[in-house]
Structures are given as structure tokens and as C-alpha cells.
Design a protein around this ligand. Structure first.
Ligand code: DUC
Ligand code: ZN
Ligand code: ZN
Ligand code: ZN
Length: 465
């Protein structure tokens, strides 16, 4: 046989362990793993490199409506260019309808915006913000059947937050139709109370974004979301878990048999609330929800990453520009933290940060890295042909140089934001080649080819089967 491509000399991270072997690729799929595979049209010499399953970032926001006068910094072209530069081959953005827009129409619009513009593969989660009979009785079942097998509900943000009753109604649709519910767990009433009080007291700096969303706000909502899922008898993903107390709620619920999955993000192992207190409005660059916590929470999050409590490590890429009246510096932003859009860019830096802080510093194995950055995302969200280097799977492979030490710098990044929260952060380990369905789409930082990313209709989440 003659393969299209053979990758030679790499240490290959597979679900069965790490092996030094060749990878034979044909027709965009992994056709063989073994020693001395023979001939190929293209040979990629990867001596000294590590072959990982392409990163799957199952939590990114692209081109979402973000409030009056506010605009996200990425479109599908720039966000996915950044994704492949950072070692990803699939991203799962959210489809958020405009106020009054039907979910079905919103999904069609997102598909149109993404089509032909993506450098990696893409599949949409839905955000359910309305619980009218058309949304729950018609749109949602049709969209789930068409491969949108997961959706997010919010417990915070006016216009987005659902009541407990509404969350239960949405969960019951998930149960009937076979979809996985994700939840943003923060108590909206408590936040509003704390926010109004802070503003009355003249405490309006970016730091008070963190002060008005303290750990109990997230811990309580996490407990309540899990309780609702137990009542509705559905599995649940708690996204962007920021602290040890919320993680403890998740552990306790699992001990009584709840089916709960947990996600965390780079900001919760590398940033703190003190970053929001930087001088000159620089703190706005770190405003995200839940906010970065204390360094002591980093340790709690690490324990969950190491011991398997976290299935998912995602970026929560939610990019705005800093020096932009349509971004972090929106009109009124400097008058109150309330007006600073919530979210930070991170799709390009998620994997290098975890590789460096996790693998290079000896906290986690290569296998665990692959599981929480790719394999588990594919399993939980129904991407059947992705997430693992195995014969028959899509040839979505990233070659890592484990020795390369770099400083993260905005000037080198591909995203649409005009800053990175990790400016000057040093990492060891860097993705040097990204291969999407057998074709190199990034080599040594260059992502200049035409976009070949496709939309992927997803199967039922594995946990529901
Ligand atoms: N939730 C997210 O998941 N991303 C950005 C902001 C938010 O509240
Ligand atoms: Zn779709
Ligand atoms: Zn969220
Ligand atoms: Zn998010």
C-alpha cells in the first residue's frame, strides 16, 4: 500500500498509551499505526515531536450578539485561524439568538457566517434563552435531530437567565430528545444585589466585577443546577468551574450518583482576581465570568485536573478588543465594571498553557492531556470520528515540540483581540504543525491556506447511549 501521508518518528499519544510508531494517513483518515509502514506520497519527519489528537475546544464564543454597541473581536475566519495556530482541529461555538429571534433562524445565520470561512472543523452548541412552545416544542427537537446535540442554559445575565422552572422545562426536552445540557452556574439575584450595592458605594473599578461575583454565587448555583438535573433525571455539564467549593459540590453530587461532568479553563489555574485590579483600566482585560479567583483555588482546580474530576479543559474564548469603543472600552465601561463585556480571548493559548503548566511541569501525563483537551470533548459531545489517534478516525493530529520555550505575546497571535491576558507568560511546549483530516493547515505558526474546515453534525452524546 501507498499512504497519502506518513508521520514518522513521533511519540504518538493514543488512548492505549504513548508509543513510538508511524501514522499512516489515507483519504483524510488514520489508516494505520505501526512500525515501518512503507511508502507515502508525503513523509512528515517528526523526530523529537509528540503526535497528539488535534485539540477540540468545546467552549468558544464567535460572533455572538453581545449587547448594544458591543462587538466580539473574532469572526469565524480569525477565531479558527487562532484555533489551528494553537493546536486545535475542532471548535464548538455557541449559537445565541438575538432578542426575539427564533433559535432555528439563528442557527441558519450562524451556519451561513461560518460556511467557507473556517480553518478547523466546527459544530454548534445552542443557547436556550426562550422557553416558548415553538422553541421547546418545535425548534429544539428539530435542531437536536439535525445534530445539535448539546445546549447551554444560563442562570445569570438579564435577558438570558432562566428561572428554575424554565431550566426544568428545558432539561425535560433534553431528556426526551437525547441532548446534553450545559449550565452557566451563577446566582443572578445575588449578583444584582452585590452589584447595586457596590455601585451605590462608588466601587466601580474592574476589580468589583470579581468582588460582586464571589465564590458562593457560583457554588450555590452549581448546587442548584445539579439538583434540578437530578429532579429532571438528566446528565449535566457544569462549564467553566472556577473554584474548589464549586468542585466540591460536583464531587458530592457524584457520590450520591448524579451524572455530572465538569469543565475548567486556563484562567482558573493562571489568573487571579488581583489581575482585575491592575492600574489604568488594564484590569478590564481580565473581566470574565466566573472571574479569576485566588491562587489557593488554582491548587483546588489542579487537584481536579489531576484526579479526573474534570473531564474537560476548554478555553471559554470570548474575545473583545481592549482599545475599542465596541469592546472592553465600550461607552460607559469606565464608569462601572457593569458595562465591561464579560470574556477573554484564549482559543490560541489554551493548549500551550496546559501543556506547559501540566505536562512540562510534571503535573499530568500526556495521556491525561489528550483526554481533557480532545478525547473527552468528542465523547461527551458526540463527535464520533474525532478526538483520538486511532485507526479509522479523522486524521486530526497536532505535532508538539515539547522542548520549545516561548513567551506568549500578542504580536504573535492570530486572534482578533488586541491583547492577550497572558502577555509575557512563558510556556515550554508548543504546537508546530496542525493536521486537519490529513492536510497540514498550520506549520510553524503559518495559517495561510484557504479555509477547509467543515461543519460537523454530531451524534448523541456518548453518556446518553
Ligand atoms: N460565560 C461564558 O461562558 N463565556 C463568557 C461569558 C460568560 O458569562
Ligand atoms: Zn449546525
Ligand atoms: Zn458561561
Ligand atoms: Zn463561555
Amino acid at each position: 500500500v501507498c499512504f497519502d501521508t506518513i508521520i514518522r518518528g513521533a511519540r504518538v499519544v493514543t488512548p492505549a498509551g504513548v508509543a513510538r510508531c508511524e501514522i499512516g494517513i489515507s483519504g483524510g483518515r488514520i489508516a494505520a499505526l505501526g512500525l515501518s509502514l512503507g511508502e507515502a506520497t508525503e513523509i512528515i519527519e517528526a523526530e523529537g515531536l509528540i503526535a497528539m489528537p488535534g485539540g477540540i475546544d468545546s467552549h468558544v464564543h464567535i460572533s455572538q450578539p453581545s449587547g448594544p454597541g458591543i462587538e466580539m473581536a473574532d469572526d469565524f475566519g480569525s477565531a479558527t485561524r487562532a484555533a489551528v495556530a494553537g493546536g486545535n482541529t475542532t471548535v464548538l461555538p455557541f449559537c445565541l439568538p438575538e432578542d426575539g429571534q427564533s433559535l432555528r433562524v439563528a442557527v441558519a445565520e450562524y451556519h451561513a457566517k461560518a460556511a467557507g470561512n473556517c480553518h478547523c472543523d466546527v459544530s454548534f452548541h445552542l443557547i436556550v434563552k426562550a422557553t416558548d412552545p415553538v422553541t421547546l416544542g418545535q425548534d429544539l427537537p428539530a435542531l437536536i435531530a439535525a445534530g445539535h446535540t448539546s445546549f447551554k442554559v444560563f442562570m445569570t445575565y438579564q435577558g438570558l437567565a432562566l428561572s428554575d422552572r424554565e431550566i426544568l422545562e428545558v432539561m425535560s426536552v433534553a431528556k426526551e430528545q437525547g441532548a446534553l445540557v450545559m449550565v452557566h452556574a451563577e446566582n443572578e439575584d445575588a449578583i444584582e444585589f452585590l452589584r447595586d450595592k457596590a455601585e451605590r458605594e462608588g466601587q466601580t473599578d474592574p476589580l468589583f466585577h470579581a468582588r460582586t461575583r464571589p465564590v458562593p454565587v457560583e457554588r450555590e448555583a452549581t448546587h442548584r443546577a445539579i439538583t434540578l438535573a437530578e429532579i429532571a433525571d438528566v446528565p449535566l455539564t457544569i462549564v467553566h468551574v472556577s473554584n474548589g467549593e464549586s468542585l466540591e459540590e460536583i464531587r458530592r453530587s457524584r457520590a450520591r450518583g448524579a451524572k455530572v461532568f465538569a469543565e475548567t479553563c486556563p484562567q482558573y489555574i493562571t489568573l487571579t482576581a488581583a489581575d482585575l485590579d491592575r492600574a489604568g483600566f488594564e484590569g478590564a482585560k481580565y473581566v470574565c465570568s466566573p472571574p479569576p479567583r485566588a491562587a489557593s483555588d488554582w491548587e483546588a482546580i489542579w487537584s481536579g485536573i489531576c484526579n479526573g474530576d474534570f473531564e474537560l479543559f476548554s478555553s471559554d474564548h470570548c474575545p473583545f478588543r481592549f482599545a475599542d469603543p465596541a469592546g472592553k472600552d465600550a461607552p460607559g465601561a469606565r464608569t462601572s465594571f457593569r458595562n465591561i463585556p464579560n470574556g477573554i480571548p484564549g482559543v490560541e493559548t489554551r493548549l500551550p498553557i496546559l501543556f506547559s503548566e501540566g505536562v512540562s511541569k510534571g503535573r499530568i501525563s500526556l495521556e491525561r492531556f489528550a483526554a481533557i483537551t480532545a478525547t473527552n470533548h468528542a465523547r461527551l459531545y458526540g463527535l464520533k470520528t474525532k478526538g483520538a489517534i486511532m485507526v479509522g478516525m479523522d486524521a486530526d493530529i497536532v505535532l508538539w515540540d515539547p522542548e520549545m520555550t516561548r513567551e506568549i505575546r500578542q504580536d504573535d497571535l492570530h486572534h482578533g483581540s488586541d491583547y492577550t491576558p497572558w502577555e509575557g507568560f512563558t510556556v515550554t511546549g508548543w504546537p508546530v504543525r496542525t493536521i486537519l483530516r490529513g492536510e497540514t493547515v498550520m506549520h510553524e505558526g503559518d495559517v495561510s491556506g484557504v479555509p477547509t474546515g467543515a461543519h460537523i453534525a454530531r451524534s448523541a452524546p456518548e453518556v446518553l447511549l
